[in-house]
Design a protein around this ligand. Structure first.
Ligand code: ZN
Length: 296
């Protein structure tokens, strides 16, 4: 295990215990989340980066992907197709471009990249899992790189860099932000999707909130943390957008962690309640998309 001594957002070394959570999906071990004086929360201590891989050894993380059997899987395929289309639309809208160069961080088996490619974008990905990289390359003919090989990318190369529920897993958070800033064009866009631990469903489920997902999630952002962290790294937060479906999914899992099996009715009610409350503020959805632009 590794203990962080300084907050990546404000550099303070003064933390207080926030909550202790169980890893329900893989190890069943308990992990502590601390809160810095600035408000930022992170898993501390956390597995060493070299040890982190073993906490991903679960069916759930071997991308629910590519078998097309059964009703649940069919629904999943339909939902995924819908989500991919929406992501592509968002890329076009927030970048103001119909095509260009796009890099997806943590691209998994490459479905999002493939959707972009089919619609005229020039795409590349970065992905730590060798199996996922091989699949993306074989299935879709994508170029997918290993992690931490930033040198291969020239400055000001990309119109869009995306990270869909990825940065909460990334050990080199500051280095990643710096490199994205470097490789983005001056008018480029960084699209970041993250769970939001200041949402109503996080407040309600507390240690059972599924999006704490320790120890795979090492950072637990609120919108205020996102703004402060990325401003420090030379980005401007332009817009915050909801991912409304995530509240239902997270509430379903949280019900399972809390009660042993899923109470779908209660999950639906809490998902709906979280979304309705968030609709009033605009920035407290269970999961959100942050549109960041590099500052000159
Ligand atoms: Zn701090």
């Amino acid at each position: 295990m590794e203990t962080l001594t300084n907050c990546p957002v404000c550099n303070s070394s003064s933390f207080t215990p926030f909550v202790e959570c169980t890893d329900y999906t893989v190890s069943k071990d308990k992990f502590k989340i601390v809160q810095c004086t600035c408000g930022f929360r992170f898993t501390n201590p956390r597995p060493e980066e070299a040890e982190a891989g073993k906490y991903y050894q679960s069916e759930d993380y071997i991308s629910h992907s590519n078998t097309k059997k059964g009703i649940v899987n069919s629904l999943y395929q339909v939902a995924r197709k819908f989500t991919l289309k929406r992501k592509l639309k968002l890329v076009t809208k927030v970048s103001g471009k119909q095509s260009g160069d796009l890099l997806d961080l943590g691209c998994g088996t490459g479905e999002f990249l493939n959707t972009c490619k089919e619609n005229g974008w020039n795409v590349q990905g970065i992905e730590p899992s060798p199996d996922a990289r091989a699949f993306a390359s074989k299935q879709y003919g994508l170029t997918v790189h290993e992690v931490n090989k930033w040198d291969q990318f020239n400055d000001k190369l990309f119109d869009v860099v995306s990270a869909w529920h990825v940065l909460e897993h990334v050990y080199q958070l500051e280095e990643t932000a710096k490199q994205v800033k470097r490789i983005l064009k001056p008018d480029g866009t960084f699209i970041v999707a993250l769970p939001n631990c200041s949402s109503a469903d996080a407040d309600f489920y507390k240690q059972f909130w599924a999006a704490y997902d320790v120890p795979r999630h090492i950072w637990h952002f609120t919108p205020a943390d996102v703004k402060r962290f990325f401003e420090k790294q030379g980005f401007l937060l332009k817009e915050v957008l909801p991912m409304s479906l995530d509240a239902y999914y997270i509430c379903m899992l949280s019900e399972k962690y809390k009660g042993g099996n899923i109470n779908y009715g209660r999950a639906a009610i809490h998902g709906w309640a979280s979304n309705s409350q968030a609709a009033k503020t605009g920035t407290t959805f269970s999961s959100q998309i942050y549109i960041l632009k590099p500052v000159a």
